[in-house]
Structures are given as structure tokens and as C-alpha cells.
Write a protein that binds this ligand. Sequence first.
Ligand SMILES: C[S@@+](CC[C@H](N)C(=O)[O-])C[C@H]1O[C@@H](n2cnc3c(N)ncnc32)[C@H](O)[C@@H]1O
Length: 210
Amino acid sequence: MDYKRLDFWSMKAQKEGYPARSVYKLKEIDEKFTLLPKNKGQIKPDFKVLDLGAAPGSWSLYVLRKLSGQGFLAACDISPLSRRVDAGLFDGQNFLFRQADIFTADTQTELAGLGPFNVILSDAAPSTSGGRGLDAVRSAEIAHAALSYAAAALRKGGSLCVKIFQGEDSAALIKETRPKFNLLKTFKPEACRLSSFETYIIGTGFKRQS
Ligand SMILES: C[S@@+](CC[C@H](N)C(=O)[O-])C[C@H]1O[C@@H](n2cnc3c(N)ncnc32)[C@H](O)[C@@H]1O
């Protein structure tokens, strides 16, 4: 049953020109929480998005298609982006990709310096070890890194969407993050595997102090 659902999303991604089915998770989140402006007329020239853990590039392509040449997207991943279906969007003036580890200080400094960002996305995930507890701990470390990008470079009123593998640390992470946003929710999109223990923390209305 789960595999039938996966085939459905993968085939849809292929048909609609995305390298991975994960795009439908972001699409559903965006439709529910309006992370990105609904119409291109609403996009301000200084509208900026950061995509952490971006490869093979479906989320970045979704954002670039919505930006329609306006605003700016910075993306980062240890792995390269797939150039199979980007139709030149990854060569655009409003896009920058760094193949780097989000934990390194140089990467954090460079990416934060490109902000402030209206939206920070993190679909970054550890390679799964098969041990659910260990994977959840690694995922929580990545989520913490995403939160430190938000602390450094998310605009006041901005939005955050971070993937976590649910585990022992999830409740503490959510508790720590909640006061920093006007609204904080966890949400598991339809396109997630039924069996997966991933979910997304969505924060809107970032309460930047300074
Ligand atoms: C589920 S994939 C992201 C899929 C992507 N959102 C898309 O739609 O194409 C998770 C990504 O996180 C990346 N990743 C994991 N740890 C990372 C780190 N420390 N720094 C940068 N990227 C990382 C992996 O290389 C992998 O490409």
C-alpha cells in the first residue's frame, strides 16, 4: 500500500518536472501555511528564501518556479543538485547553491550573510542507519542547526519549516522553538511515507528581538 503511494508521488514528480517526490510535501505545507506569496505580484524584490539540505533540488525548483525570476533563493547541500529537469533555473541570477555542510562555521557565516531571509526551509536529513533512535538524534542535531540559521538570519515575521524524525528529543525541540514564533505547528504531509516517522515543524511570525 505504502509503495503504491510512493509510485504515485514519484510518477507525478516525473511528469511535472521535479527530481524527487518530496516536492509534494513542500507544496502541501505551502498551501496550508502560505510560506511563499500566493501570486507573483506579491513578491517584493528583497524577498529571500534559504533551502537547507536542498539536493536533488525539488524544493529549490518549487521555490524558483514560484519566484518567477524575482526575489532570491540560497540553497545548500553536501550533495550536488540534479540538473536533469531544472530547465536552466539553477543558472538564474536569483539563485545561489553551495555544496557544503550546513554545520561548518564558514557555511553558516556565508549563508547568514546573504539574508535576512523571509523563509528558511530545511528538509535536511541524516542518512538512515536503520536505528530509529540514532536517526532521530542526528535529525534533531540538524534541526538545531536550522534553528541557529533562523536565529542568525530569519527576518522578523518570517517563516520556518524544518523536518524532524520524531524521537526522544522532539518534544524539547518543539518546546524550545514555540516561543520564538507567533504560531508553531507540527504537520505531516500526505506525501510522507505512511511508515515514516518524519514530520515538519512549521513556525510563522518569527519574533526577532533585534
Ligand atoms: C530528503 S533530502 C532533501 C530533498 C530536497 N528537499 C528535494 O526536494 O530535492 C535530504 C538532504 O539533506 C542533505 N543533508 C544531510 N545532512 C546535511 C548537512 N549536514 N549539510 C548539508 N546537507 C545535508 C542530504 O545530503 C540530502 O540531500
